[in-house]
Design a protein around this ligand. Structure first.
Ligand SMILES: Cc1cc2nc3c(=O)[nH]c(=O)nc-3n(C[C@H](O)[C@H](O)[C@H](O)COP(=O)(O)OP(=O)(O)OC[C@H]3O[C@@H](n4cnc5c(N)ncnc54)[C@H](O)[C@@H]3O)c2cc1C
Length: 386
């Protein structure tokens, strides 16, 4: 039996699984297993909504996989032996593979500044986001610091400010929020944050997080009853510990068809992969991750047919940012993610962003019903860069 093992059922692991299951239907010489710590799918794109106290739909992975023949193993990957081609689950059991799809994603990098691990909240999981929501629900007034002016920080600050007008929300960042956007979209983004009452302070460096706020490099202390950390991400150390070739951030370095350059029976997708394109190494987004997963599924199917996998090409399309539930800014981009001429804001952008957030689960359903869709729609990712 040819064993395909997929680690992580986030956006990319799920995409690879449903696409493989659909395309390998009827092949009784291939068996697929998916490993994830929870049965509930984590809508990471919406964790800022969870953090502000909103309930999300209960999307169950085993239900999505019903009838596909995929085995779902609930557990935590604790080790990988790339020579023996086995994976340890919960330090208790072992799964064998012929082909591995590594889709363990990323989490907030809490190791960069002292005190973050002890005192800051993160959006690493639904549980972590719920911890923050519970804490905010018990504050009748006070201040919240959101550290990091990337898109996750902006979305979180906006969402918390909208849901908790009784709290003073400050967004602290080295770079101006929306710095990756064009001037017009960035100006609109900042106006949206101001309308929601978010105080934005850029060009600040946080050097310490404490139980009652954060210390800046100029000696100033910004008092806060809650600190949310969103300044950057790190990946699981499992790939590096197993001896796979990784980049300086621990991401698996892939060849042009998304196989590990050191272990060709390991595919890496999503945030956990360092994928080179003509414009540089892709940064982790759902936008690019799902195409990488669907391409991987297609490549594994080709290999099973004795063919060579094709090169993966991806170009970015947009930078979608929600500003609470009633506003958003969408910067359309060039293939290398640099800002293009057009952006959307307001009502249409809100609807656009909502479509982006809900589309992964809908896409899995569609691919399950119509396996050819996964192959046809996503073969080259969001936009061809050829
Ligand atoms: C608030 C927020 C908003 C975002 N908005 C956008 C957006 O609008 N557009 C966009 O393109 N991107 C957005 N992103 C980024 C996007 O969420 C990530 O790029 C995407 O989730 C990456 O998908 P992934 O499958 O690689 O990882 P994930 O979706 O994080 O999935 C990884 C999975 O692996 C599991 N896992 C991890 N470690 C282990 C282990 N040791 N054992 C077993 N399982 C494990 C996790 O539990 C998880 O289920 C946003 C991120 C955040 C936090």
């Amino acid at each position: 039996m040819n064993e395909i093992l997929i680690l992580g059922a986030g956006y990319t692991g799920m995409a690879a699984t449903v696409a493989l299951a659909g395309r390998l239907k009827g092949r009784d010489d291939v068996h697929i297993t998916l490993v994830n710590p929870q049965t509930r799918f984590t809508e990471r794109l919406r964790l800022h909504q969870t953090a502000s106290g909103q309930d999300l739909a209960d999307l169950q992975i085993p239900e999505q996989l019903a009838g596909t023949g995929v085995d779902f193993v609930q557990g935590w990957v604790t080790g990988l032996d790339a020579d023996a081609m086995t994976v340890r689950i919960d330090d208790a059991s072992t799964l064998r593979y012929d082909t591995l799809v590594y889709a363990l994603g990323s989490v907030a990098d809490t190791a960069t500044v002292p005190g973050v691990d002890e005192f800051a909240y993160t959006l690493n999981s639904a549980q972590d986001a719920t911890l923050l929501a519970d804490h905010l629900a018990h504050l009748s007034d006070g201040a919240v610091v959101v550290a990091g002016g990337g898109l996750t920080g902006v979305e979180s600050a906006a969402e918390i400010a909208e849901r908790h007008p009784e709290l003073d929300v400050t967004l602290l960042s080295r770079q101006a929020p929306g710095s990756m956007m064009g001037d017009k979209a960035r100006t609109r983004l900042l106006a949206g944050l101001e309308r929601l009452g978010v105080t934005v302070r850029a060009a600040v460096d946080i050097v310490k997080v404490m139980s009652d706020g954060v210390a800046l490099d100029n000696g100033e202390v910004v008092a806060a009853q809650a600190v949310l950390w969103t300044t950057g991400v790190r990946v699981s150390p499992i790939a590096a510990a197993a001896g796979l070739a990784v980049d300086d951030r621990g991401r698996i370095v892939t060849d042009e068809s998304l196989r590990s350059v050191s272990h060709s029976n390991v595919y890496a997708v999503g945030d956990a992969a360092a994928i080179h394109q003509g414009y540089g190494v892709m940064h982790g987004t759902c936008q690019s991750g799902i195409p990488s997963a669907l391409h991987t599924a297609a490549s594994i199917v080709r290999e099973l047919k004795g063919k060579q996998p094709k090169a993966f090409r991806f170009g970015y399309v947009h930078q979608p940012v929600s500003l609470g539930r009633n506003d958003a800014v969408i910067q359309f981009t060039r293939a290398d993610d640099s800002p293009g001429r057009f952006y959307l804001a307001g009502r249409f952008a809100t609807a656009y962003k909502e479509t982006v957030s809900s589309s992964p689960w809908t896409t899995y359903r569609l691919i399950k019903a119509l396996p050819a869709l996964g192959a046809a729609t996503w073969r080259r990712g969001g936009r061809s860069t050829r």
